[in-house]
Design a protein around this ligand. Structure first.
Ligand code: ADP
Length: 480
Protein backbone atom coordinates (compact mmCIF):
# COMPACT_ATOMS: atom_id res chain seq x y z
CA UNK A 1 0.00 0.00 0.00
CA UNK A 2 1.44 3.41 -0.83
CA UNK A 3 2.12 6.03 1.81
CA UNK A 4 -0.54 8.43 0.57
CA UNK A 5 -3.30 5.79 0.89
CA UNK A 6 -2.10 5.01 4.39
CA UNK A 7 -2.29 8.67 5.38
CA UNK A 8 -5.78 8.99 3.94
CA UNK A 9 -6.91 5.87 5.88
CA UNK A 10 -5.36 7.21 9.08
CA UNK A 11 -7.01 10.61 8.74
CA UNK A 12 -10.40 9.05 7.98
CA UNK A 13 -10.09 6.80 11.06
CA UNK A 14 -9.11 9.74 13.22
CA UNK A 15 -12.15 11.68 12.02
CA UNK A 16 -14.63 8.83 12.27
CA UNK A 17 -13.37 7.49 15.58
CA UNK A 18 -14.62 10.29 17.85
CA UNK A 19 -18.00 10.15 16.14
CA UNK A 20 -18.24 6.38 16.51
CA UNK A 21 -16.85 6.59 20.00
CA UNK A 22 -19.47 9.06 21.20
CA UNK A 23 -22.38 7.15 19.73
CA UNK A 24 -21.42 3.57 20.14
CA UNK A 25 -18.90 3.33 22.89
CA UNK A 26 -20.92 5.26 25.47
CA UNK A 27 -24.22 3.66 24.64
CA UNK A 28 -23.22 0.07 24.07
CA UNK A 29 -20.13 -0.56 26.10
CA UNK A 30 -20.58 1.64 29.14
CA UNK A 31 -24.30 1.24 29.48
CA UNK A 32 -23.88 -2.51 29.98
CA UNK A 33 -21.78 -1.82 33.02
CA UNK A 34 -23.22 1.49 34.15
CA UNK A 35 -26.91 1.03 34.35
CA UNK A 36 -27.46 4.71 35.11
CA UNK A 37 -26.13 5.90 31.75
CA UNK A 38 -29.60 6.77 30.36
CA UNK A 39 -30.11 8.73 33.55
CA UNK A 40 -27.06 10.79 32.64
CA UNK A 41 -28.42 11.51 29.23
CA UNK A 42 -31.67 12.79 30.61
CA UNK A 43 -31.22 13.93 34.11
CA UNK A 44 -34.86 13.75 35.01
CA UNK A 45 -35.53 10.28 33.72
CA UNK A 46 -34.38 8.51 36.80
CA UNK A 47 -37.39 6.31 36.68
CA UNK A 48 -36.49 4.87 33.28
CA UNK A 49 -32.89 4.21 34.35
CA UNK A 50 -33.99 2.22 37.32
CA UNK A 51 -37.18 0.81 35.82
CA UNK A 52 -35.94 -2.77 35.60
CA UNK A 53 -34.66 -2.73 39.19
CA UNK A 54 -37.90 -1.18 40.38
CA UNK A 55 -39.90 -3.80 38.46
CA UNK A 56 -37.94 -6.61 40.14
CA UNK A 57 -38.61 -4.86 43.44
CA UNK A 58 -42.30 -4.66 42.63
CA UNK A 59 -42.54 -8.38 41.75
CA UNK A 60 -40.73 -9.29 44.93
CA UNK A 61 -42.92 -7.11 47.13
CA UNK A 62 -46.14 -8.33 45.50
CA UNK A 63 -45.34 -11.93 46.52
CA UNK A 64 -46.03 -11.11 50.16
CA UNK A 65 -48.76 -8.52 49.74
CA UNK A 66 -51.31 -10.86 51.44
CA UNK A 67 -49.04 -11.35 54.39
CA UNK A 68 -47.14 -8.08 55.07
CA UNK A 69 -45.72 -9.50 58.29
CA UNK A 70 -43.31 -11.47 56.12
CA UNK A 71 -41.59 -8.28 54.97
CA UNK A 72 -39.93 -8.38 58.31
CA UNK A 73 -38.58 -11.91 57.75
CA UNK A 74 -34.92 -12.78 57.12
CA UNK A 75 -35.94 -14.56 53.94
CA UNK A 76 -37.30 -11.32 52.40
CA UNK A 77 -33.99 -9.55 53.18
CA UNK A 78 -32.07 -12.39 51.50
CA UNK A 79 -34.31 -12.05 48.46
CA UNK A 80 -33.64 -8.27 48.37
CA UNK A 81 -29.87 -8.94 48.40
CA UNK A 82 -30.32 -11.45 45.57
CA UNK A 83 -31.78 -8.68 43.35
CA UNK A 84 -28.21 -7.44 42.77
CA UNK A 85 -29.27 -3.82 42.77
CA UNK A 86 -27.10 -0.96 41.68
CA UNK A 87 -25.26 0.61 44.65
CA UNK A 88 -27.22 3.76 43.86
CA UNK A 89 -30.59 2.16 44.55
CA UNK A 90 -31.67 1.37 48.07
CA UNK A 91 -34.52 -0.76 49.42
CA UNK A 92 -35.72 0.16 52.89
CA UNK A 93 -38.18 -1.53 55.24
CA UNK A 94 -39.70 0.68 57.85
CA UNK A 95 -41.58 -0.83 60.82
CA UNK A 96 -43.81 1.62 62.66
CA UNK A 97 -41.85 4.62 61.34
CA UNK A 98 -38.57 3.06 62.43
CA UNK A 99 -35.97 1.88 59.91
CA UNK A 100 -36.09 -1.88 60.20
CA UNK A 101 -33.80 -2.83 57.26
CA UNK A 102 -31.85 -1.03 54.55
CA UNK A 103 -30.02 -2.53 51.56
CA UNK A 104 -27.62 0.44 51.68
CA UNK A 105 -24.08 -0.69 52.31
CA UNK A 106 -20.60 0.79 51.99
CA UNK A 107 -19.01 -2.54 51.12
CA UNK A 108 -19.83 -5.75 49.25
CA UNK A 109 -21.95 -3.97 46.65
CA UNK A 110 -24.12 -5.93 44.37
CA UNK A 111 -23.73 -3.79 41.28
CA UNK A 112 -21.61 -4.31 38.19
CA UNK A 113 -17.83 -3.83 38.53
CA UNK A 114 -17.99 -0.37 36.96
CA UNK A 115 -20.84 0.77 39.18
CA UNK A 116 -19.00 -0.51 42.20
CA UNK A 117 -15.79 1.17 41.10
CA UNK A 118 -17.50 4.53 40.56
CA UNK A 119 -19.38 4.14 43.82
CA UNK A 120 -16.17 3.51 45.75
CA UNK A 121 -14.73 6.80 44.52
CA UNK A 122 -17.59 8.74 46.17
CA UNK A 123 -16.84 9.77 49.75
CA UNK A 124 -18.95 7.71 52.14
CA UNK A 125 -19.85 10.79 54.19
CA UNK A 126 -21.70 12.38 51.26
CA UNK A 127 -25.10 13.55 52.30
CA UNK A 128 -27.83 11.18 51.32
CA UNK A 129 -30.44 12.70 49.13
CA UNK A 130 -32.70 9.81 48.28
CA UNK A 131 -35.48 10.00 45.80
CA UNK A 132 -38.32 7.51 46.36
CA UNK A 133 -39.30 5.66 43.22
CA UNK A 134 -41.71 3.13 44.69
CA UNK A 135 -43.36 2.79 48.06
CA UNK A 136 -45.68 0.14 49.54
CA UNK A 137 -47.44 0.88 52.78
CA UNK A 138 -49.13 -1.95 54.72
CA UNK A 139 -51.02 -2.21 58.00
CA UNK A 140 -50.95 -5.66 59.56
CA UNK A 141 -53.69 -7.28 61.64
CA UNK A 142 -51.77 -6.13 64.74
CA UNK A 143 -52.03 -2.57 63.43
CA UNK A 144 -48.33 -2.52 62.70
CA UNK A 145 -47.35 -0.17 59.85
CA UNK A 146 -44.88 -1.69 57.42
CA UNK A 147 -43.41 0.58 54.77
CA UNK A 148 -41.34 -0.91 51.93
CA UNK A 149 -39.52 1.67 49.72
CA UNK A 150 -37.39 1.65 46.60
CA UNK A 151 -35.11 4.71 46.59
CA UNK A 152 -32.48 6.18 44.33
CA UNK A 153 -29.55 8.06 45.87
CA UNK A 154 -29.55 11.11 43.57
CA UNK A 155 -26.74 12.93 45.40
CA UNK A 156 -24.35 10.02 44.86
CA UNK A 157 -25.61 9.62 41.31
CA UNK A 158 -24.61 13.21 40.52
CA UNK A 159 -21.15 12.59 41.95
CA UNK A 160 -21.00 9.28 40.07
CA UNK A 161 -21.79 11.14 36.87
CA UNK A 162 -18.77 13.42 37.44
CA UNK A 163 -16.62 10.35 38.09
CA UNK A 164 -17.96 8.62 35.07
CA UNK A 165 -17.09 11.65 32.92
CA UNK A 166 -13.51 11.49 34.22
CA UNK A 167 -13.27 7.76 33.48
CA UNK A 168 -14.89 8.21 30.12
CA UNK A 169 -12.49 11.00 29.19
CA UNK A 170 -9.52 8.94 30.42
CA UNK A 171 -10.51 5.86 28.43
CA UNK A 172 -11.40 8.00 25.43
CA UNK A 173 -8.01 9.72 25.50
CA UNK A 174 -6.18 6.42 26.08
CA UNK A 175 -7.94 4.65 23.23
CA UNK A 176 -7.17 7.62 20.97
CA UNK A 177 -3.55 7.66 22.01
CA UNK A 178 -3.15 3.91 21.46
CA UNK A 179 -4.89 4.14 18.11
CA UNK A 180 -2.80 7.12 17.08
CA UNK A 181 0.38 5.27 18.08
CA UNK A 182 -0.76 2.20 16.13
CA UNK A 183 -1.61 4.28 13.07
CA UNK A 184 1.70 6.16 13.20
CA UNK A 185 3.63 2.92 13.54
CA UNK A 186 1.50 1.35 10.77
CA UNK A 187 2.56 4.18 8.47
CA UNK A 188 6.10 4.80 9.65
CA UNK A 189 7.42 1.29 10.42
CA UNK A 190 7.28 -0.02 6.85
CA UNK A 191 8.65 3.31 5.54
CA UNK A 192 11.53 3.12 8.04
CA UNK A 193 12.21 -0.51 7.07
CA UNK A 194 12.09 0.23 3.36
CA UNK A 195 14.34 3.28 3.69
CA UNK A 196 16.74 1.13 5.73
CA UNK A 197 16.80 -1.39 2.88
CA UNK A 198 17.49 1.32 0.32
CA UNK A 199 20.17 2.85 2.57
CA UNK A 200 21.78 -0.57 2.96
CA UNK A 201 21.77 -1.00 -0.84
CA UNK A 202 23.36 2.42 -1.44
CA UNK A 203 25.92 1.81 1.30
CA UNK A 204 26.91 -1.46 -0.38
CA UNK A 205 27.28 0.39 -3.69
CA UNK A 206 29.37 3.09 -1.96
CA UNK A 207 31.61 0.37 -0.56
CA UNK A 208 32.04 -1.06 -4.05
CA UNK A 209 29.96 -4.20 -3.53
CA UNK A 210 27.85 -4.37 -6.69
CA UNK A 211 26.75 -7.98 -6.29
CA UNK A 212 23.99 -7.66 -3.63
CA UNK A 213 20.77 -7.45 -5.61
CA UNK A 214 18.22 -5.03 -4.21
CA UNK A 215 14.87 -6.81 -4.19
CA UNK A 216 11.99 -4.40 -3.76
CA UNK A 217 8.76 -6.11 -4.76
CA UNK A 218 6.52 -3.48 -3.10
CA UNK A 219 4.66 -1.09 -5.35
CA UNK A 220 4.81 2.21 -3.48
CA UNK A 221 6.25 5.71 -3.60
CA UNK A 222 9.79 4.39 -3.10
CA UNK A 223 9.68 1.68 -5.78
CA UNK A 224 10.93 4.06 -8.48
CA UNK A 225 13.88 5.05 -6.30
CA UNK A 226 14.57 1.35 -5.61
CA UNK A 227 14.42 0.66 -9.35
CA UNK A 228 16.94 3.45 -10.04
CA UNK A 229 19.30 2.19 -7.30
CA UNK A 230 19.10 -1.36 -8.69
CA UNK A 231 19.66 -0.04 -12.20
CA UNK A 232 22.67 1.95 -11.01
CA UNK A 233 24.08 -1.08 -9.15
CA UNK A 234 23.71 -3.23 -12.22
CA UNK A 235 25.31 -0.64 -14.49
CA UNK A 236 28.22 -0.23 -12.08
CA UNK A 237 28.58 -4.01 -11.81
CA UNK A 238 28.70 -4.40 -15.60
CA UNK A 239 31.16 -1.55 -16.03
CA UNK A 240 33.39 -2.86 -13.22
CA UNK A 241 33.35 -6.36 -14.70
CA UNK A 242 34.10 -4.93 -18.12
CA UNK A 243 36.94 -2.90 -16.69
CA UNK A 244 38.33 -5.98 -14.93
CA UNK A 245 38.13 -8.13 -18.04
CA UNK A 246 39.71 -5.33 -20.11
CA UNK A 247 42.48 -5.19 -17.56
CA UNK A 248 43.02 -8.95 -17.86
CA UNK A 249 42.83 -8.78 -21.64
CA UNK A 250 45.36 -5.94 -21.69
CA UNK A 251 47.77 -7.96 -19.56
CA UNK A 252 47.29 -11.07 -21.70
CA UNK A 253 47.76 -8.99 -24.84
CA UNK A 254 51.01 -7.47 -23.63
CA UNK A 255 52.25 -10.88 -22.50
CA UNK A 256 51.32 -12.53 -25.82
CA UNK A 257 52.63 -9.79 -28.05
CA UNK A 258 55.90 -9.45 -26.16
CA UNK A 259 56.36 -13.22 -26.35
CA UNK A 260 55.60 -13.24 -30.06
CA UNK A 261 57.88 -10.26 -30.71
CA UNK A 262 60.75 -11.82 -28.82
CA UNK A 263 60.93 -14.84 -31.17
CA UNK A 264 61.53 -13.01 -34.49
CA UNK A 265 63.73 -10.39 -32.81
CA UNK A 266 65.98 -13.12 -31.34
CA UNK A 267 66.09 -14.76 -34.73
CA UNK A 268 66.95 -11.44 -36.51
CA UNK A 269 69.67 -10.78 -33.96
CA UNK A 270 71.10 -14.26 -34.61
CA UNK A 271 71.22 -13.77 -38.39
CA UNK A 272 72.65 -10.24 -38.10
CA UNK A 273 75.32 -11.58 -35.75
CA UNK A 274 76.01 -14.36 -38.28
CA UNK A 275 76.45 -11.78 -41.05
CA UNK A 276 78.74 -9.63 -38.87
CA UNK A 277 80.86 -12.61 -37.88
CA UNK A 278 81.19 -13.62 -41.52
CA UNK A 279 79.40 -16.92 -41.00
CA UNK A 280 77.63 -16.40 -44.32
CA UNK A 281 80.53 -16.75 -46.66
CA UNK A 282 78.88 -16.91 -50.03
CA UNK A 283 76.66 -14.29 -51.61
CA UNK A 284 73.91 -16.86 -51.79
CA UNK A 285 74.04 -17.57 -48.04
CA UNK A 286 74.17 -13.86 -47.26
CA UNK A 287 71.11 -13.34 -49.48
CA UNK A 288 69.36 -16.23 -47.74
CA UNK A 289 70.13 -14.64 -44.33
CA UNK A 290 68.80 -11.28 -45.48
CA UNK A 291 65.61 -12.86 -46.84
CA UNK A 292 65.06 -14.56 -43.48
CA UNK A 293 65.64 -11.26 -41.70
CA UNK A 294 63.19 -9.58 -44.08
CA UNK A 295 60.52 -12.24 -43.46
CA UNK A 296 61.00 -11.83 -39.69
CA UNK A 297 60.49 -8.08 -40.02
CA UNK A 298 57.20 -8.79 -41.82
CA UNK A 299 56.19 -10.95 -38.86
CA UNK A 300 57.02 -8.11 -36.49
CA UNK A 301 55.13 -5.68 -38.69
CA UNK A 302 52.07 -7.92 -38.70
CA UNK A 303 52.18 -8.24 -34.90
CA UNK A 304 52.53 -4.49 -34.48
CA UNK A 305 49.61 -4.06 -36.88
CA UNK A 306 47.47 -6.42 -34.74
CA UNK A 307 48.52 -4.54 -31.65
CA UNK A 308 47.57 -1.16 -33.02
CA UNK A 309 44.23 -2.57 -34.24
CA UNK A 310 43.31 -3.99 -30.86
CA UNK A 311 44.31 -0.79 -29.07
CA UNK A 312 42.24 1.40 -31.35
CA UNK A 313 39.31 -0.96 -31.51
CA UNK A 314 36.42 -0.66 -29.09
CA UNK A 315 33.23 -2.46 -30.06
CA UNK A 316 30.98 -0.13 -28.05
CA UNK A 317 32.31 3.07 -29.60
CA UNK A 318 33.03 1.87 -33.12
CA UNK A 319 31.16 3.87 -35.74
CA UNK A 320 30.24 2.29 -39.03
CA UNK A 321 30.31 4.25 -42.20
CA UNK A 322 27.84 2.07 -44.06
CA UNK A 323 27.27 2.45 -47.77
CA UNK A 324 25.45 0.56 -50.47
CA UNK A 325 28.27 -1.34 -52.16
CA UNK A 326 28.25 -3.60 -55.21
CA UNK A 327 29.35 -6.94 -53.76
CA UNK A 328 31.05 -8.20 -56.92
CA UNK A 329 33.22 -5.05 -57.25
CA UNK A 330 33.99 -5.14 -53.51
CA UNK A 331 35.21 -8.74 -53.63
CA UNK A 332 37.26 -8.01 -56.77
CA UNK A 333 39.00 -5.21 -54.90
CA UNK A 334 39.77 -7.58 -51.99
CA UNK A 335 41.22 -10.18 -54.34
CA UNK A 336 43.16 -7.49 -56.22
CA UNK A 337 44.76 -6.34 -52.98
CA UNK A 338 46.36 -9.72 -52.24
CA UNK A 339 46.47 -11.61 -55.53
CA UNK A 340 50.06 -10.53 -56.27
CA UNK A 341 51.29 -11.78 -52.88
CA UNK A 342 49.65 -15.16 -53.44
CA UNK A 343 51.01 -15.48 -56.92
CA UNK A 344 54.50 -14.56 -55.70
CA UNK A 345 54.57 -17.72 -53.58
CA UNK A 346 53.24 -19.86 -56.41
CA UNK A 347 49.64 -19.89 -55.30
CA UNK A 348 46.30 -18.95 -56.73
CA UNK A 349 43.55 -16.66 -55.44
CA UNK A 350 40.26 -16.81 -57.33
CA UNK A 351 36.75 -15.45 -57.03
CA UNK A 352 33.59 -17.37 -57.96
CA UNK A 353 30.78 -14.92 -58.08
CA UNK A 354 27.69 -16.99 -58.84
CA UNK A 355 24.89 -14.67 -57.90
CA UNK A 356 23.30 -11.91 -59.84
CA UNK A 357 24.36 -8.39 -59.10
CA UNK A 358 23.94 -7.73 -55.40
CA UNK A 359 24.34 -4.65 -53.33
CA UNK A 360 25.39 -4.94 -49.71
CA UNK A 361 25.04 -2.28 -47.05
CA UNK A 362 28.44 -2.28 -45.33
CA UNK A 363 31.32 -0.16 -44.13
CA UNK A 364 33.68 -1.05 -47.03
CA UNK A 365 36.87 -0.13 -45.19
CA UNK A 366 36.10 -2.28 -42.14
CA UNK A 367 34.73 -5.18 -44.16
CA UNK A 368 37.82 -5.07 -46.42
CA UNK A 369 39.91 -5.55 -43.28
CA UNK A 370 37.94 -8.71 -42.52
CA UNK A 371 38.56 -10.24 -45.96
CA UNK A 372 42.22 -9.25 -46.01
CA UNK A 373 42.73 -10.75 -42.56
CA UNK A 374 41.16 -14.04 -43.60
CA UNK A 375 43.11 -14.23 -46.86
CA UNK A 376 46.34 -13.35 -45.05
CA UNK A 377 45.61 -16.17 -42.61
CA UNK A 378 45.14 -18.55 -45.53
CA UNK A 379 48.59 -17.48 -46.78
CA UNK A 380 50.11 -17.70 -43.31
CA UNK A 381 48.74 -21.15 -42.48
CA UNK A 382 49.45 -22.74 -45.85
CA UNK A 383 50.62 -26.34 -46.14
CA UNK A 384 53.35 -27.77 -48.36
CA UNK A 385 50.99 -27.88 -51.35
CA UNK A 386 50.79 -24.89 -53.74
CA UNK A 387 48.36 -22.51 -52.12
CA UNK A 388 44.82 -22.27 -53.46
CA UNK A 389 42.36 -19.73 -52.09
CA UNK A 390 38.82 -19.51 -53.43
CA UNK A 391 36.26 -16.83 -52.64
CA UNK A 392 32.72 -17.99 -53.37
CA UNK A 393 29.83 -15.56 -53.23
CA UNK A 394 26.36 -17.07 -53.25
CA UNK A 395 22.91 -16.71 -51.78
CA UNK A 396 20.47 -19.06 -50.02
CA UNK A 397 17.18 -18.63 -48.15
CA UNK A 398 18.96 -16.80 -45.32
CA UNK A 399 20.65 -14.24 -47.56
CA UNK A 400 24.08 -13.59 -49.05
CA UNK A 401 27.15 -15.52 -47.96
CA UNK A 402 30.81 -15.43 -48.95
CA UNK A 403 33.00 -18.48 -48.30
CA UNK A 404 36.79 -18.13 -48.24
CA UNK A 405 38.31 -21.60 -48.60
CA UNK A 406 41.97 -22.57 -48.54
CA UNK A 407 43.95 -25.81 -48.81
CA UNK A 408 46.21 -25.00 -45.88
CA UNK A 409 46.92 -26.86 -42.64
CA UNK A 410 43.29 -26.65 -41.54
CA UNK A 411 42.05 -26.87 -37.95
CA UNK A 412 40.41 -29.61 -35.91
CA UNK A 413 36.63 -29.58 -35.44
CA UNK A 414 36.96 -28.63 -31.77
CA UNK A 415 38.59 -25.34 -32.83
CA UNK A 416 35.89 -24.21 -35.29
CA UNK A 417 34.37 -21.78 -32.76
CA UNK A 418 37.46 -21.19 -30.66
CA UNK A 419 39.52 -19.48 -33.38
CA UNK A 420 37.20 -16.46 -33.11
CA UNK A 421 38.07 -16.00 -29.43
CA UNK A 422 40.66 -13.39 -28.57
CA UNK A 423 44.26 -14.73 -28.32
CA UNK A 424 43.25 -18.24 -29.35
CA UNK A 425 45.77 -20.00 -31.54
CA UNK A 426 45.64 -23.66 -32.55
CA UNK A 427 48.51 -25.98 -31.66
CA UNK A 428 49.08 -26.69 -35.36
CA UNK A 429 49.67 -23.02 -36.18
CA UNK A 430 51.96 -22.53 -33.14
CA UNK A 431 54.23 -25.26 -34.49
CA UNK A 432 54.45 -23.44 -37.83
CA UNK A 433 56.27 -20.65 -36.07
CA UNK A 434 54.72 -17.95 -38.25
CA UNK A 435 53.93 -15.66 -35.37
CA UNK A 436 50.41 -14.47 -34.83
CA UNK A 437 48.64 -13.17 -31.76
CA UNK A 438 45.21 -14.80 -32.01
CA UNK A 439 43.56 -11.41 -32.39
CA UNK A 440 42.75 -11.06 -36.11
CA UNK A 441 39.71 -13.36 -36.30
CA UNK A 442 38.22 -12.02 -33.06
CA UNK A 443 38.22 -8.55 -34.63
CA UNK A 444 36.75 -10.00 -37.86
CA UNK A 445 33.95 -11.55 -35.82
CA UNK A 446 33.15 -8.29 -34.08
CA UNK A 447 33.13 -6.31 -37.35
CA UNK A 448 30.83 -8.86 -39.06
CA UNK A 449 28.52 -8.95 -36.04
CA UNK A 450 28.15 -5.18 -35.76
CA UNK A 451 27.03 -5.33 -39.39
CA UNK A 452 24.32 -7.76 -38.26
CA UNK A 453 26.07 -10.67 -39.96
CA UNK A 454 27.60 -13.97 -38.85
CA UNK A 455 30.99 -15.58 -39.24
CA UNK A 456 31.77 -19.28 -38.88
CA UNK A 457 34.53 -21.77 -39.69
CA UNK A 458 34.57 -25.37 -40.90
CA UNK A 459 36.80 -27.83 -42.67
CA UNK A 460 36.69 -28.43 -46.45
CA UNK A 461 37.42 -31.26 -48.90
CA UNK A 462 41.02 -29.95 -49.42
CA UNK A 463 41.73 -30.48 -45.69
CA UNK A 464 41.98 -26.71 -45.42
CA UNK A 465 39.77 -24.20 -43.70
CA UNK A 466 36.65 -22.43 -44.95
CA UNK A 467 35.55 -19.22 -43.29
CA UNK A 468 31.97 -18.31 -44.09
CA UNK A 469 30.67 -14.76 -43.78
CA UNK A 470 26.95 -14.25 -43.90
CA UNK A 471 25.68 -10.73 -44.49
CA UNK A 472 22.12 -9.68 -43.86
CA UNK A 473 20.02 -9.43 -46.97
CA UNK A 474 20.29 -5.82 -48.13
CA UNK A 475 16.58 -5.80 -48.99
CA UNK A 476 15.75 -6.39 -45.31
CA UNK A 477 18.19 -3.83 -43.97
CA UNK A 478 16.88 -0.56 -42.81
CA UNK A 479 18.96 2.32 -44.18
CA UNK A 480 19.95 4.62 -41.33
P1 ADP B 1 46.67 -15.04 -35.64
O1 ADP B 1 46.60 -15.54 -37.01
O2 ADP B 1 47.28 -13.71 -35.49
O3 ADP B 1 47.19 -16.04 -34.64
P2 ADP B 1 43.79 -15.08 -35.86
O4 ADP B 1 42.75 -14.63 -34.90
O5 ADP B 1 43.75 -14.51 -37.21
O6 ADP B 1 45.16 -14.83 -35.11
O7 ADP B 1 43.64 -16.63 -35.95
C1 ADP B 1 43.45 -17.40 -34.80
C2 ADP B 1 44.01 -18.79 -35.01
O8 ADP B 1 43.19 -19.51 -35.92
C3 ADP B 1 45.38 -18.81 -35.62
O9 ADP B 1 46.37 -18.66 -34.67
C4 ADP B 1 45.40 -20.19 -36.27
O10 ADP B 1 45.70 -21.15 -35.26
C5 ADP B 1 43.96 -20.40 -36.69
N1 ADP B 1 43.74 -20.09 -38.13
C6 ADP B 1 43.26 -18.93 -38.62
N2 ADP B 1 43.17 -19.01 -39.98
C7 ADP B 1 43.56 -20.24 -40.32
C8 ADP B 1 43.69 -20.94 -41.55
N3 ADP B 1 43.36 -20.37 -42.74
N4 ADP B 1 44.14 -22.23 -41.54
C9 ADP B 1 44.49 -22.81 -40.37
N5 ADP B 1 44.40 -22.21 -39.18
C10 ADP B 1 43.94 -20.95 -39.14
Amino acid sequence: MNIKTKFVIAVVILILLPIGFSFNFTNNIFSDHLRFIPYLDDYNDVFTSFSSSSKSFETLVNQYANNPQRYLSERFQTQIKALALSPFSIIEIWHNQTLYYTSYTTKDFNGTWLENFVFKQIPSDTNRSAYTLKQYLYTTENKDIIDVKFLVDTEKLTLAKQWFQRIFFGVYALVHLILLALLISWISTPIKRRIARLTHATTQIRKGNYYDRLTYPEKDDLSELAFSIEHLRNALKISTEKQKSLEIEKKELIANISHDLRTPITSIRGYVQGLKDGVARTDETRREYLEIIESKTYMIESLVQDLSEIVGYDKSTVKLNKQHIDLRQFLFDCVDELEKDVRKIGGQLSLHYIIKDTTVYIDPEKMMRVFINIIENAIKYRSQKPIEIVLLANRDDDGVFINISDNGIGISEADYDKIFERFYRTDKSRNLNVGGSGIGLSICKEIVEIHGGKISAYGNENNGLTISIRLPDPSTIEVR
